[in-house]
Design a protein around this ligand. Structure first.
Ligand SMILES: [Zn+2]
Ligand SMILES: [Zn+2]
Length: 91
């Protein structure tokens, strides 16, 4: 059997990585192994997997863009209000 280790991510996904081939797979030209795969280690990654991290990053970027547009609109509205006011000293 071949040795595998599992990486567990906080998003619930996990990936397996081959740690070492067994004697059977080592001698096979394509390193194929038809035997039981043995899980040697489980690593808690303490972070989301790459796909989920990229997704979260894209969502954060979209959120930042929304926030930027909102700030701009608010600044524009504040600017228009100032234009309606009379200049100081001429009341
Ligand atoms: Zn094997
Ligand atoms: Zn994930």
């Amino acid at each position: 059997m071949c040795d595998f280790e599992e990486f567990i991510f906080t998003c619930g996904h996990s990936t397996f990585r081959l740690k070492s081939y067994c004697h059977f797979a080592r001698n096979h030209p394509q390193h194929a192994c038809r035997r039981v795969k043995k899980l040697r280690n489980c690593w808690d990654q303490g972070r989301p997997c790459d796909a989920c991290a990229a997704e979260a990053e894209a969502a954060a970027a979209a959120e930042a863009e929304r926030w930027r547009v909102m700030q701009m609109e608010m600044a524009m509205m504040a600017g228009m209000e100032q234009l309606d006011e009379k200049p100081p000293g001429l009341a």
